[in-house]
Design a protein around this ligand. Structure first.
Ligand code: XMP
Length: 509
């Protein structure tokens, strides 16, 4: 494995992505990691990331200098290079001008990290400091017009440094450089795959859990489904999943989850039908935040009551993903380990004294999908679009009742069916129907109607932080609109939402 030390760069996740794309496993750790912890990870190489600080700034992040005596190849990128140079007796200075953007890299010494790369290639710079004096044993291997020391190496110790960022796509051959570091310099075997990850993760769950019991809140979303399946493969009936039907799910959702997880995959699941509890508490409530609070609180109460019935439950499993773990750590003294609250609610009760099992915590979302496929989860579940915890409650503007829920469910089912048929489902981050709190006039046959309006929302996005409304073909929108108006009782108008995030949000509430 490769250990990545996070000095606070905005590109850290990208470094991890690139390493894994080379089929080498990696971890990101904060600079306060001890030498013993590093030794126990047995890394074949260490990458010191970039970061926003200047090396001589007070409180700039630092790692134990002992890493330079571990006899492990090290690659320093930008700030990581500055740290290495300073730690080993060289010096760094503030550059006259901050260099940001493309630069032509002239390689003086081919081989090693530049093996197979032409003598001139494009790289991406983003730095304010530069190397002034190199420590003994280092030589310059590449330069750009503005930056004399753009790449360095210490042959004997296998220390390498790049002033530019090989992890970003703008450095045309950056991935080849990283690949060279991993294979030529660190000697990593490119054998990391989802199969090997699954095998190791299953063994780890078995070792952690022993003969104890694990509980997991199953929502049917990709993360909790994959986590459930993996833990089930590890400990079988020692896992109990709790699925809460809050009455705010999509059409037949509870039955579909039951058919897959209970009947087909034979997981130990408790289905809790709590529809009346949720719907009666939501009766007359129209404020979106009040809806969320009510749903969150009841969820916790129901989950807690159910969990208490499970004897010997020592562990709570969660489908926490790597970006959540990374984002909750900070190179600048933030919390070293923050537990993510349950996906669908604001957090689980503090008095629930359970240890956490988070088998997906080193995976990115697309890797979780691959793992799901590897474990035998159906395509349908592997490629599910995200669905908010409060469910249809935040897609029914205004009051929630069974009648309005059914109107929305029927409209949403048609929408998803047509989106899938047209081959758009996987291309969209989310696509769903929203029931508006207004009625409009229409004419059906010779009769005037005064019925509900449904809005269609379809967005593309990478991470839900920003989103663009999807430019769906007019013909497809036409089919969806016709079908909803003709087939769903109580709807006489369909509109398409053409707002992006920001300033709008993805959900309407
Ligand atoms: P917004 O509407 O804030 O949504 O642009 C961003 C993403 O978060 C989902 N979302 C939620 N998920 N509980 C959840 O579990 C919530 O209360 C909630 N609100 C929004 C939304 O579906 C989108 O993917």
């Amino acid at each position: 494995m490769i250990l990545i030390i996070d000095f606070g760069s905005q590109y850290n996740q990208l470094i991890a992505r690139r390493v894994r794309e080379c089929k080498v496993y990696c971890h990101i750790e904060t600079p306060d990691i001890s030498l013993d912890a590093i030794r126990s990870l047995k890394p074949e190489g260490i990458i010191l990331s970039g970061g926003p600080a200047s090396i001589y700034e007070k409180n700039s992040p630092k790692i134990d200098k002992g890493i330079f005596d571990l006899n492990i190849p090290i690659l320093g990128i930008c700030y990581g290079l500055h740290y290495m140079v300073d730690a080993l007796g060289g010096s760094v200075k503030r550059a006259k001008k901050r260099e940001y953007g493309f630069a032509e890299l002239n390689i003086k010494e081919p081989g090693n990290i530049f093996k197979g790369i032409a003598s001139s290639t494009q790289c991406w710079m983003s730095h304010g400091d530069s190397i002034e004096k190199l420590p003994g044993g280092f030589s310059v291997t590449a330069s750009t017009e503005n930056t004399k020391v753009a790449a360095v190496q210490h042959d004997e110790k296998h220390f390498y440094g790049l002033q530019f960022h090989p992890e970003v796509n703008h450095t045309t051959l950056g991935k080849s450089m990283l690949n060279n570091f991993l294979t030529q310099i660190c000697g990593c075997k490119k054998n990391w795959s989802m199969k090997s990850f699954a095998r190791d993760a299953i063994a780890e769950v078995q070792e952690t859990v022993g003969d104890k019991h694990v509980i997991l809140g199953l929502s049917g979303g990709v993360d909790s489904s994959v986590a459930a399946l993996l833990i089930h493969k590890a400990i079988g009936k020692q896992l109990t999943c709790i699925f809460i039907d809050n009455g705010l799910l999509r059409k037949n959702e509870g039955d579909k989850i039951k058919a897959v997880f209970k009947e087909k995959l034979k997981l130990n699941i408790r289905f809790i039908r709590a529809k009346n509890l949720f719907l009666s508490a939501l009766s007359g409530v129209t404020d979106p935040e009040k809806k969320r609070k009510i749903i969150g609180k009841i969820f916790i109460d129901v989950f807690d009551a159910e969990a208490k019935k499970i004897k010997n439950a020592d562990f709570l499993a969660q489908g926490t993903l790597y970006p959540d773990v990374i984002e909750s750590k900070s190179a600048f003294g933030g919390p070293t380990s923050v537990i993510k609250a349950h996906h669908n609610v604001g957090g689980l009760p503090k008095n629930m004294k359970l240890k956490l099992v988070e088998p997906l915590k080193y995976l990115f979302k697309d890797e979780v999908r691959k793992l799901g496929a590897e474990l035998g989860l159906s395509e349908d579940l592997v490629w599910r679009q995200p669905f908010p915890g409060p469910g249809l409650a935040v897609r029914i503007l205004g009051e929630i009742n069974t009648k309005r829920l059914n109107v929305l469910r029927n409209a949403d089912e048609i929408l998803i069916e047509e989106i899938k048929k047209a081959g758009f489902y996987r291309k969209l981050w989310q696509s769903f129907a929203v029931l508006l709190p207004i009625k409009s006039v229409g004419v059906m046959g010779d009769l005037r109607t005064f019925e509900n309006v449904v809005a269609i929302r379809a967005v593309t996005s990478l991470d839900a932080m920003t989103a663009d409304w999807a430019k769906l073909p007019h013909a497809l929108l036409g089919v969806i609109s016709n079908r909803i108006i003709n087939e769903v009782d109580g709807v006489n108008r369909v509109v398409y939402d053409i707002s992006s995030k920001p300033p709008s949000t993805i959900e309407w509430e």
